[in-house]
Design a protein around this ligand. Structure first.
Ligand code: NAP
Length: 320
């Protein structure tokens, strides 16, 4: 099969399209014919060698694949050949024509979600669900700020929170991104590339502050976030690319809290709740991944350059 392989950590050019043996499912494993693979920022951090998790070389990147079950190994009961599925991480990597996964990593993809959309389910929606429901415990009627709403996780958070009855504010760094965030359910959208947007957010709450912030770029925003919080406000750090200074008194004065997580470290029980929640939300039409850009698998390097650039518009996906 054709697959992207990384033989040494480095710049996007280390993502090379190669012919490698198609993996075969052992007991309890599933082989998926990949129709689309999602590109996530952490794929780029990992490829560069700067991420906490360093896979053994060579490796094929990607955890989010959508496609059709090709074959199943002995003992697999929950999924059969021909089923439409998405993966929540894989054993062999998603940037390939086929991906091997254990049965528990393979989940049904309803007909209403296309394969390209399916490649934007696990990391974006799993992260948004965990942040909103399992960390922030966002409640109906609360005001949520999705700080960085135009990308994969942000759009997922806007859709899930709106459906859960929160009042949703979002930010974007371009007009196109801002329009998308509004279209997907935010009642107010602010431009984080403009100098006065934090004051505008505070004004939109009539000076009360927001109850929950889902933060995509904590190294830039965390100190400001604390000043935007209402009493008992919660910030959930989802993304960060460096250090930041905060004023703890901003937390104390508001009885506020900061929490943070990585999706990889969610417990089995949390994962079961996420899969159940996302399954229901997919069936109900609440999960509507936005695919902003499709590229052929051979252009994985371009996808990795683009994922770290400003002007996000939903997901970037690779087509094998
Ligand atoms: P993405 O699709 O590349 O989107 C990045 C988002 O960050 C865009 O909305 C972008 O807006 C926004 N952004 C850029 N500058 C910003 C600023 N100054 N203030 C606020 N937002 C800003 O990435 P993603 O997949 O949504 O992931 C978002 C972040 O979460 C990444 O850092 C990623 O590594 C992290 N993440 C963490 C986990 C976890 O397990 N904790 C899981 C998934 C993702 P514009 O481009 O419109 O400016």
């Amino acid at each position: 099969m054709k697959a992207i392989q990384v033989q040494a950590f480095g710049s996007p050019e280390v993502l090379q399209l190669r012919e490698i043996p198609t993996p075969q499912p052992a007991a309890g494993q599933v082989l998926v014919r990949v129709r689309a693979a999602g590109v996530n920022p952490y794929d780029a951090y990992m490829r560069s060698g700067s991420y906490a998790i360093k896979p053994e070389l060579p490796y094929t990147p990607g955890s989010d694949a959508a496609g059709i079950v090709e074959t199943v190994g002995a003992g697999v009961k929950g999924v059969a050949k021909g089923a439409r599925v998405y993966t929540a991480t894989t054993l062999s990597g998603a940037y390939a024509e086929y991906a091997l996964a254990v049965e528990a990593q393979v989940h049904p993809l309803p007909e209403r979600i296309s394969f390209t959309q399916g490649a934007g389910v696990w990391v974006p929606y799993g992260t948004a669900f965990h942040a909103l429901h399992q960390r922030a415990h966002g409640r109906r009627g609360e005001t949520l700020l999705v700080h960085g709403a135009s990308g994969g996780v942000g759009i997922a958070a806007v859709q899930l929170a709106r459906a859960a009855g929160l009042r949703v504010f979002g930010t974007a760094g371009s007009e196109r991104g801002a329009e998308l965030v509004r279209r997907e359910g935010a009642s107010e959208v602010f431009r984080h590339d403009q100098p006065d947007y934090l004051e505008k957010i505070m004004t939109a709450t009539a000076g009360r502050g927001v109850d929950v912030i889902l933060e995509m770029l904590a190294n830039v925003n965390l100190g400001h976030d604390l000043k935007l919080l209402a009493q008992n406000g919660r910030v959930v750090v989802i993304g960060s690319r460096g250090d930041v200074t905060i004023t703890p008194r901003d937390l104390m004065a508001r009885r506020a809290s900061i929490s943070a997580f990585t999706l990889w470290a969610t417990t089995e029980a949390e994962k079961q709740e996420i899969f159940a929640g996302l399954g229901a939300a997919m069936e109900a039409g609440i999960v509507r991944p936005v695919v902003g850009r499709e590229l052929p698998l051979a252009q994985a390097a371009e996808a990795h350059r683009a994922i770290l650039e400003p002007g996000a518009y939903g997901k970037i996906v690779l087509i094998p």
